[in-house]
Design a binder for this molecule. Structure first.
Ligand SMILES: [Zn+2]
Length: 352
């Protein structure tokens, strides 16, 4: 699942195409915001809201692009005095691709296309008031007014048979809040607040870091990298963390996420982030089971559960002790926990 650095990468690439700060920031040197001409839905499962209808977004000028947890939110100005948003939740296999304007929906994996043109002077107000009309009306009007300068089309894809990706049309900031799992922003949280969050409930650090109600945008991949940078084992109980360890974890969290966000944005440059993946060669431990730890050379370990695994270096993070010791392995054998919750429960039972 795309996590904070990946979603920030999409947000940055989209923002430069839809609401550039200035001509230098704009991908095509044109600082004007983009107009969403229309959305072409290819999958009936993608759109999870009924009201307001998708057609109200047609012909509207983009006013913002931002991240909400692991979601991408496109602001489309005010509708009846309240802000209108498109909320895209990529889930696990959802991805975004930037295509030539009006390109066909990518076969098989395409869920929807969002066609963007550049706002032409004076056309926006006219198109906005017509937004209640049908898509066909707006398209015709856009073309007729000369606003149809192609900026591009955004493809929402999902390379999985399980259709989990979601699109919501959201009206009003209160309605948008319902899409916010409520986790604190890891890049702006201070150490005392972070410590209070960690100690509010006793869980493994891995589970707490990846709980979207606690922290926003951290998943399986970056939590592995954060814990490695903090030199802490993933299954240490949060109640056992010292003040010094919490401060170390806080620094590791912020430096890891910022370094990855900046690296991905720099690597992408003016291009489009084609490869958004949880597995990157430069990662230290995530997805590196059996490979040498970049710090000490010991083989990277794993704890498998459900359809993914936690990776760590026993030498750097746990004083050389394997977490999946024989007893735990036997306990887990044939009864792999589906979630970290279940894994914690098994560990709890074992300690009794
Ligand atoms: Zn190591």
């Amino acid at each position: 699942m795309p996590e904070l650095p990946d979603v920030e990468l999409y947000v940055d690439a989209l923002r430069r195409r839809l609401v550039p700060r200035d001509a230098a920031d704009a991908i095509d040197g044109d600082a004007r915001p983009a107009v969403l001409e229309r959305v072409r839905l290819a999958s009936p499962f993608l759109l999870r809201t009924v009201m307001p209808p998708l057609s109200v977004t047609h012909g509207r000028t983009v006013t913002s692009v931002r991240r909400l947890g692991k979601r991408v939110v496109i602001g489309l100005g005010l509708l009846d005095g309240a802000p209108l948003y498109l909320v895209m939740h990529l889930m696990i296999a959802g991805r975004l691709q930037w295509k030539k304007k009006d390109a066909p929906v990518p076969g098989r994996i395409g869920l929807a296309m969002f066609d963007f043109s550049i706002e032409s002077a004076g056309s926006a107000a006219g198109v906005s008031t017509k937004s209640a009309g049908s898509a066909a009306d707006v398209s015709t009007k856009s073309a007729g007014s000369g606003a149809g300068v192609g900026r591009g089309s955004l493809a929402f894809t999902e390379a999985s048979k399980k259709k989990r990706a979601k699109l919501h049309v959201v009206h009003g900031d209160e309605a948008l809040d319902e899409h916010d799992p409520g986790g604190a922003e890891p890049l702006s949280i201070d150490v005392p607040t972070f410590a209070a969050l960690l100690r509010a409930e006793n869980h493994t650090i891995k589970r707490t870091l990846t709980d979207p109600r606690v922290l926003s945008g951290i998943g399986n991949a970056y939590s592995d990298e954060i814990l490695f940078a903090a030199k802490l084992p993933p299954h240490r109980w949060t109640s056992k963390l010292t003040d010094e360890e919490i401060a170390r974890l806080h620094t590791a969290m912020q430096s890891t996420l910022v370094a990855w966000r900046d690296r991905l944005i720099a690597e992408t440059g003016d291009g489009w982030p084609e490869k958004v993946t949880a597995f990157r060669p430069e990662m230290a431990v995530h997805g590196k089971y059996g490979q040498p730890c970049p710090t000490c050379g010991s083989p990277v370990q794993r704890i498998a559960y459900a359809d993914h695994e936690t990776n760590y270096c026993a030498t750097c993070q746990n004083e050389g002790q394997l977490l999946a010791d024989r007893g735990l392995s036997r306990l887990l054998k044939g009864d792999w926990p589906k979630t970290l919750d279940q894994l914690e429960e098994l560990k709890r039972e074992r300690r009794r």
